[in-house]
Design a protein around this ligand. Structure first.
Ligand SMILES: [Zn+2]
Length: 140
């Protein structure tokens, strides 16, 4: 049976409805991504629980790189997104922005799950990216 390798930070009932999984401290309420086994804010590990994170957020900052690791497209755009519903701020590669002029600090972003062939022959991975909610297509 065909089964892609799904990033551990994603969970959901099926491949088309995956969401980010992080953790939340039941003592102080801070959320973390990737998930942690303890809370560095209040130094507890007894009340950490897995939690589904928001699929939406605002772009905090980003950088456009002219080079990329093998297997990644150029330009290679990385950013930090402040997730809605209390965060956290997460790192992500960015996609579907059409033109980097569509990326603005503070613009609304949404989770996008992609399928990608990894370097290992025949292995498909499922990973997350963030894309602007509104990205203007270039007009010819
Ligand atoms: Zn805590």
């Amino acid at each position: 049976m065909w089964k892609p390798k799904i990033a551990r930070s994603l969970a959901g009932p099926d491949i088309d409805s995956l969401h980010l999984m992080g953790s939340r401290c039941g003592t102080c309420g801070k959320k973390y991504f990737p998930a942690r086994k303890n809370c560095p804010h209040c130094m507890t590990e007894d009340t950490i629980m897995d939690v589904a994170l928001s699929d939406a957020g605002k772009l905090h900052s980003f950088v456009v790189c002219g080079i990329a690791p093998p297997g990644y497209e150029v330009p290679h755009v990385q950013g930090y997104i402040d997730l809605d519903d209390g965060g956290p701020r997460i790192f992500s590669l960015l996609t579907d922005y059409n033109d980097e002029k569509n990326l603005k600090v503070g613009c609304a972003m949404k989770l996008t799950v992609i399928r990608k062939e990894s370097g290992t022959a025949g292995v498909e991975t499922v990973e997350y990216r963030f894309a602007p909610v509104e990205s203007k297509k270039e007009t010819a």
